[in-house]
Design a protein around this ligand. Structure first.
Ligand code: ATP
Ligand code: MG
Length: 256
């Protein structure tokens, strides 16, 4: 594989980063691949979305990022997806920005912690928070590639230019090999022409970067947090589940 460690990033909130992370992992694990999911968001949606809740005294990614003596292996546990483990996010992640901002290697902490774990998996998927903070910078510095979920709405395009420029900055400052694996259009609305117009503009501006597969807006996707598992497990025959399988196949072609 050309890329093994993948960040799901977009500074815009609610664009489908966590949902893409969970459902792509579901589709890839169906094919027998092994994935480590890393929740880098203090909201902990990736963990909640898979029914993983940490108790008050349990360590999560917050402690991994804050304390040199807490290893990633200490917090990794099984997820409900056969073949996927998860390093859960927790509230302590919200303290990372303030507490490590004077450390000389503050952007490279995650990269160091991943070294011991990543060889046990085919892919490591890191779910970023909706912000350009040290957590996102750590996830981008540790990654071989980025997947950018993007809502098919007009303002998304303006945000995309900003994100691509930040990815360039991280590439030059910390991680020369960082590549954009693909832009994944989500929330495609078949009831209006608007989504189609956004896709056309996206494909015109970034012809090689946009995935062919488009994820439609669907209540079935939004039900995910209720089921606490990927669509491959709660709606295996739904058309959007099939779309996530196609996205997974496209992803594999791009990273092989
Ligand atoms: N294709 C879709 N159709 C309908 N609802 C969706 C779709 N994709 C995601 N959702 C829902 O939209 C909400 C936002 O999705 P998600 O949490 O994946 O976005 P996010 O980018 O991770 O958000 P945040 O920036 O807060 O981390 C969730 O409630 C999710 O279930
Ligand atoms: Mg999220």
């Amino acid at each position: 594989m050309k890329y093994r460690v993948i960040s799901f990033a977009n500074q815009k909130g609610g664009v489908g980063k966590t949902t893409a992370c969970i459902n792509l992992a579901g589709a890839l694990c169906e094919k027998g691949l092994r994935i480590l999911l890393v929740d880098m968001d203090y909201q902990g949606n990736l963990s909640m979305g898979l029914g993983v809740r940490l108790g008050r005294d349990e360590k999560g990614m917050g402690e991994v990022m804050l304390f040199p003596d807490v290893s990633l292996g200490e917090v990794v546990r099984e997820s409900p997806i056969p073949g996927a483990d998860i390093a859960p996010g927790n509230f302590a992640l919200s303290k990372v920005d303030i507490n490590i901002d004077r450390l000389p290697d503050r952007h490279g902490i995650l990269s160091g912690k991943l070294l011991e774990a990543k060889d046990n998996y085919d892919f490591v998927f890191m779910d970023c928070p909706p912000a350009f903070n040290l957590l996102t910078v750590n996830a981008l510095s540790a990654a071989d590639g980025v997947i950018i979920p993007l809502q098919c709405y007009p303002y998304s395009l303006a945000g995309l230019n900003t994100l691509l420029s930040i990815i360039d900055d991280v590439r030059y400052a910390y991680n020369f090999d960082l590549d954009v694996v693909g832009i994944a259009p989500t929330f495609y609305d078949t009831n209006t022409k608007l989504s189609e117009m956004v896709i056309d503009e996206l494909r015109y501006n970034y012809p090689r970067k946009v995935f062919n597969t488009i994820i439609k807006k669907s209540v079935k996707v939004a039900e995910g947090p209720l089921h606490q598992k990927p669509m491959t497990l709660y709606a295996p025959r739904h058309p959007v589940t099939q779309a996530y399988r196609e996205l997974a196949a496209e992803f594999l072609r791009r990273v092989s």
